[in-house]
Design a protein around this ligand. Structure first.
Ligand code: SAM
Ligand code: SF4
Length: 336
C-alpha cells in the first residue's frame, strides 16, 4: 500500500486505523514506514535535564512540579561545561540527538536563557542535532534559538484538548499550540506528541493524534510517552498501559504522519525487548538512551547505552546519524 501526506484527517478515520485488527495494523504501519524511512535505522537520543524541579506548573504526571511531594531534588541550571561533557560522552556511544529539558513554565529573556543559547551553539557545533524543551516560547525567543543553531523544539500536547484540563490547569491547550506556532515562524523543526496512561479514553488518544496530524506541516518528531507513575503525583496510582495500546498508538501515528520520526520515549524501561521490537515493527524509529539510567532525572527510568546497543544488534538495527537542519530562509545575524 502507498500513502501520501495529508493534513485533513477526520477523527473517524483515525479511530478506524487505531481499531484495525492488531496484526493487520502492524503490517500496514510497517509498510508505510518502509515507504518513508530506512527501516534498519533507529535514532538514539539522549535527554539532559539542564534545570531540574521546582516547576510552578501543575502537570499531574510530573515529578518536577513544585506542587507535589516527589523524590526530585531541585537543581539550578547546569554549567555549560557539564552539558558539553555529557553530550560528548553520548556522541561517543552513537547518540545523534541531544534533548535539553528545563523545568520551566516559559522561557524568560535573562542570563539563564543566554547560557542555554550557548549550550545549543556548542552542542550543535559538535555535529549533534539539538532539541530543547523549555516550556512556552515567544517568536523572538524561537528566533534566538534558531540563530544559535537549534534543530528542534519539543512541546508536547500530551493528550486531547478535552482531557487536557483534567491533567494540567496552569496553562491551556491553545497556549501549547501557540508556542508550536511560534516555533513554526523559524526553521527550527517541531517535536510534539503525548503520553499514554493519563486516564484518557481512546477518543482522547485519537483526538490528540487528529490535532497533531492536521498541523501543517506535521511535527517532524512525535514522541509517544508511556506514563511513568511517579509517587507523590496525582497520577501515581494509574494502571500500566497495556503494550497493545502502545503499539496501536505508534502504528496509528506512523500511518497518519508517515514522514515524521515516531519516538518511543518515556516509559520504555518497563518494556521487554520483544515488546520494543513490536514498537519498531509498528513504525517507531527512535529511542532515548542514557548512561545513568535516568531520563527525566529521577522521574522516569531509561535503559542504558549498553543494553540498548545489545538490543539493536539483536534486532539488526543501526543507529542513524544526525540530520542537518534545513537551510535557513533568512539568517538573522544577532537577535536580542
Ligand atoms: N517544562 C517543559 C514542558 O513541559 O514542556 C519541558 C519538560 S517536560 C519534563 C517534557 C515532557 O516529558 C512532558 O511534556 C511529558 O510529555 C513528559 N513527561 C514528564 N513526566 C513524565 C512521566 N512521569 N511519564 C511520562 N512522560 C512524562
Ligand atoms: Fe513543569 Fe514541564 Fe513538568 Fe509540567 S511537564 S510540571 S511544565 S517540567
Amino acid at each position: 500500500m502507498s500513502v501520501g501526506i495529508r493534513y485533513d484527517w477526520q477523527k473517524a478515520e483515525i479511530q478506524a486505523i487505531y481499531n484495525t485488527p492488531f496484526l493487520e495494523l502492524i503490517y500496514q504501519a510497517a509498510s508505510v514506514h518502509r515507504q518513508y524511512h530506512d527501516s534498519k535505522k533507529i535514532q538514539v537520543c539522549k535527554l539532559i535535564s539542564i534545570k531540574t524541579g521546582a516547576c510552578p506548573e501543575d502537570c499531574g504526571y510530573c515529578a518536577q512540579s513544585s506542587r507535589y511531594q516527589t523524590e526530585v531534588k531541585p537543581q539550578a541550571l547546569l554549567e555549560k561545561e557539564t552539558v558539553i561533557k555529557i553530550a560528548q560522552k553520548a556522541k561517543a556511544t552513537g547518540v545523534s540527538r541531544v534533548c535539553m529539558g528545563a523545568a520551566w513554565r516559559e522561557v524568560r529573556d535573562n542570563s539563564q536563557f543566554d547560557t542555554v543559547l550557548e549550550m545549543v551553539k556548542d552542542v550543535t557545533d559538535m555535529g549533534l542535532e539539538v532539541c530543547c524543551t523549555l516550556g512556552m516560547l515567544t517568536t523572538n525567543q524561537a528566533k534566538r534559538l534558531e540563530a544559535a543553531g537549534l534543530y528542534a523544539y519539543n512541546h508536547n500536547l500530551d493528550t486531547s484538548e478535552e482531557h487536557y484540563s483534567t491533567i494540567i490547569t496552569t496553562r491551556t491547550y491553545s497556549d501549547r499550540l501557540n508556542t508550536i506556532d511560534n516555533v513554526r515562524q523559524t526553521n527550527v523543526t517541531v517535536c510534539s506528541g503525548g503520553i499514554l496512561g493519563l486516564g484518557e479514553s481512546v477518543e482522547d488518544r485519537v483526538g490528540m493524534l487528529e490535532t497533531l496530524a492536521n498541523l501543517h506541516p506535521h511535527p517532524e518528531s512525535v514522541p509517544i510517552n508511556i506514563l511513568s507513575q511517579v509517587p507523590g503525583t496525582p497520577l501515581e496510582n494509574q494502571p500500566d498501559v497495556p503494550i497493545w495500546d502502545v503499539v496501536r498508538m505508534i502504528a496509528t501515528a506512523r500511518m497518519i504522519m508517515p514522514n515524521s520520526d515516531v519516538r518511543l520515549s518515556a516509559g520504555r524501561a518497563r518494556l521487554s525487548q520483544v515488546e520494543q521490537a513490536l514498537c519498531f515493527m509498528a513504525g517507531a524509529n527512535s529511542i532515548f538512551s542514557s548512561d545513568d539510567n535516568q531520563m527525566l532525572t529521577v522521574t522516569t527510568p531509561c535503559p542504558d547505552y549498553d543494553a540498548d546497543r545489545e538490543m539493536l544488534n539483536l534486532l539488526g538495527l543501526e543507529m542513524r546519524p544526525p540530520h542537518q537542519r534545513p537551510e535557513k530562509l533568512t539568517t538573522p545575524a544577532v537577535i536580542s
